[in-house]
Design a protein around this ligand. Structure first.
Ligand code: BGC
Length: 410
C-alpha cells in the first residue's frame, strides 16, 4: 500500500499496478467492467495531456490532477458537489470538502467553476441545492445523497435537464447515475468483522456476546458494510463460538440515536461484551454509554470507520479496536477526475473505471472502487500519520504516552 502514497509514480508502474488493484477488489458484489471499456477512438483522444489514470494514481500531493488541466479548460459549465450532513461523520467537513476543493483547484478550475454544498442532514435542502445548482449552470453533479430515494429523485431531475450525475461514496438504488466513485464497501465491512474478531482474542473477551450497530437503513453502503462483517461473524455465530445478542440499524447514522439504542440494549442485555459499530461516530456513542457504566479500557471492543481524530484517539485509549481508513484524498481526486471528463463531454478512461455496481436496475453503474485499509495502534504511524491524513500533534494531544507506545512520532 505504500506505493500509492509516494508522489510522482511513473506511468509505467501505474499500468502494472492496475492488474493488482483490480484483482484485490474482486471480493465484493461488484464485477469488473468489461463491455464499457472499448468505445472507439474518442476514448483515446479524450485526454491529450493526461497519463493513464488508475486507482493508484491519486497520491496525497494531488499531482495526478495537474495532468487534467487541458481537460478542465475544455469543459463547459460548472461542477456542483452535494454532501449530506456534518453530524454522522467528521469526514464531510474534515476531509471531503477540503480534498474536493483541492482536487478541483489543482486541475485548474476557478472558484466559479465548482461549488461544494452540504445539506446539513435535510433531504429537502439537498433537493433544493441540486435544483439551484442546475439552474446556476451545473453540467455535472457529484452527489453524496442523504438516502437512495432522495438521490434517485435528484437524478431524475438532472437527467431531464441533460446534467450528468456521479454518485459519490453512496450509490443510489434505482437511480440513473452515470458513474459511481467509492471504496469497496463490502471489504470495509470484512475489515470490521476481522478487526472485532482479532480484538476479542487479544483483549481476552471470554464467551463473546456480540451486539451489532449498523449504519442507516437507507444508505446502501450500510447494507454492504453489514454484508461484509456478517460474512465474518455469521460462521462464528453458527459454530457457537460467538453469540449474536442483536443487530439494529441506526436511522441516518444519528450518533444521538445510537447512544439511546445502545443504552437500551445494554440495559436489556448486560451480557453484551463486544460491539460491532459501523463507523467511528457510532463507536463513540457506544463508548460514551460504556464509560457511563464505568467500563474501563480493553474490556468491551468496538470497531469503526473513517479514521476520524476521535476514532483514532479511542483506539489509542483502548476503547475501540480499529478503524477503517479510507484515504478520502483518493476518492475526491477520482470523483473530480471523472467529473472533469464528463464536463468536457468525454468518457473517463477505462483504466480508471475498475468495477460496476448493481443498483437494482437493468444496467449496473460503471464504478471506480478504491481500497480501504484497517488501522490499529500497530500501523497508525505507517498509515494515517505517514499520509498526513491526521497530524501527530493533534492525535497525540492528551495521548502522549499512548502515542509513544504506538511508535507515533510524526
Ligand atoms: C460513508 C461512511 C460514513 C457514513 C456516515 C457512509 O455512507 O461511507 O464513511 O461514516 O456514511 O456518514
Amino acid at each position: 500500500m505504500g506505493t500509492k502514497r509516494s508522489a510522482g509514480m511513473a506511468a509505467a508502474i501505474a499500468g502494472s499496478l492496475l492488474l493488482a488493484a483490480c484483482g484485490s477488489s474482486g471480493s465484493s458484489n461488484t464485477t469488473n467492467t468489461t463491455a464499457s471499456s472499448g468505445t472507439g477512438s474518442s476514448a483515446t483522444t479524450a485526454a491529450p495531456a493526461a497519463a493513464p489514470l488508475t486507482i493508484s494514481s491519486f497520491s496525497n500531493d494531488f499531482s495526478a490532477m495537474n495532468g487534467l488541466k487541458s481537460l478542465a479548460s475544455a469543459g463547459k459549465g460548472n461542477v456542483a458537489v452535494l454532501l449530506p450532513d456534518t453530524q454522522s461523520s467528521a469526514r464531510y467537513v474534515s476531509f471531503d470538502q477540503p480534498y474536493l476543493t483541492k482536487a478541483f483547484e489543482a486541475a485548474g478550475l476557478s472558484s466559479s467553476q465548482f461549488s461544494i454544498q452540504n445539506a446539513q442532514g435535510s433531504a429537502a435542502t439537498q433537493t433544493t441545492q441540486a435544483t439551484q445548482a442546475i439552474t446556476n449552470g451545473a453540467t455535472v453533479l457529484v452527489l453524496d445523497s442523504l438516502d437512495s430515494g432522495t438521490g434517485a429523485a435528484i437524478e431524475r431531475t438532472a437527467q431531464a435537464k441533460g446534467v450528468a450525475v456521479i454518485d459519490y461514496d453512496r450509490v443510489n438504488l434505482n437511480g440513473s447515475a452515470t458513474y459511481y466513485i467509492s471504496f469497496n464497501n463490502v471489504k470495509v465491512g470484512e475489515l470490521q468483522g476481522q478487526g472485532l474478531q482479532s480484538c476479542i482474542t487479544s483483549w481476552g473477551v471470554s464467551n463473546p456476546q456480540v451486539f451489532e450497530l449498523d449504519g442507516s437503513p437507507t444508505d446502501n453502503n450500510a447494507t454492504q458494510f453489514a454484508q461484509g462483517y456478517n460474512s465474518v461473524l455469521n460462521p462464528l455465530y453458527a459454530a457457537g463460538t460467538y453469540k449474536k445478542v442483536g443487530e439494529q440499524a441506526v436511522p441516518d447514522w444519528s450518533n444521538q440515536q445510537a447512544l439511546t439504542i445502545f443504552q437500551q440494549q445494554y440495559t436489556a442485555h448486560p451480557n453484551i461484551n463486544a460491539v460491532l459499530t459501523a463507523n467511528d461516530g457510532l463507536a463513540q456513542s457506544v463508548i460514551a454509554a460504556l464509560k457511563q457504566q464505568n467500563i474501563g479500557p480493553k474490556k468491551i471492543p468496538t470497531t469503526g470507520q473513517d479514521a476520524s481524530l476521535q476514532g483514532l484517539q479511542n483506539i489509542l485509549a483502548g476503547y475501540q479496536c480499529m478503524t477503517v481508513y479510507k484515504p478520502i484524498y483518493e476518492e475526491a481526486q477520482a470523483a473530480a477526475a471523472v467529473a472533469l471528463y464528463l464536463r468536457a463531454g468525454q468518457k473517463p478512461p477505462s483504466t480508471l473505471v475498475n468495477g460496476s455496481t448493481n443498483i437494482q436496475t437493468a444496467t449496473p453503474v460503471p464504478s471506480v472502487l478504491l481500497t480501504p485499509e484497517s488501522v490499529t495502534t500497530a500501523n497508525m504511524n505507517d498509515t494515517v500519520i505517514k499520509d498526513q491524513f491526521v497530524k501527530a500533534s493533534d492525535l497525540c494531544s492528551g495521548y502522549t504516552a499512548q502515542c509513544s507506545a504506538a511508535g507515533i512520532s510524526g
